[in-house]
Ligand binder design. Sequence first.
Ligand SMILES: [Fe+2]
Ligand SMILES: [Fe+2]
Length: 221
Amino acid sequence: MALKLNDIKKNEEVLAAIRESDKALEIMGFTEHGLRHLNIVSDRAQEIAKDIGMNEREIELSAIASFCHDMGNFMGRTQHHYWAAILFRQIFGNEMDGDELVTITQAIANHDKEEMKFTNKVAAVLVVADKSDVHKSRVRNQPIEATMLDIHDRVNYAVVDSSIKIDKEEKTIILALTIDVNLVPIIEYFEIFTERMSYCRKAAGYLGYRFSLIINNFKLS
Ligand SMILES: [Fe+2]
Ligand SMILES: [Fe+2]
């Protein structure tokens, strides 16, 4: 029987890799990359894939790739996308058919590369779902004084609401954010997230959609 997201979520090796990866990133001072992030990215990927009309199996593969995309961080941050892809293949290599395995490993390996290229829709959906996860709940130590944090924590902390919507008629993927401007000036968002937004735009383009950003009800593109 074809592997499903629920099987992946129960796999002990996957869960251990996710736990260790999040621990390693916490030590390095990164925002949360554990089950919270992976469940959100995986849920978002399913919604996006469904809304843009991908078939049942493609939706499932998008969710699986999304759930596993950051599990390689415990072996090293810089190449974590490659580690996660190889690890996925090692764990599930005998349980998936060749085409599906290639799609998922390519999607995972591609999600954090400067030379990011899209050769399948699963990879593009994963990038939009991953790069749009900016939210207060990603900050590990909820601070009293937000100005004390580094810029990544500060910006994430200031994002009090974040959602993805698909406008099928306008063929647009919309990321809507509410940023508390008492905590950060909007410009700080762009200081660290411009690259991620251009990844989203590139991924949306591959899917045949435009990417639009709405911040505090102001549409930016
Ligand atoms: Fe990543
Ligand atoms: Fe991620």
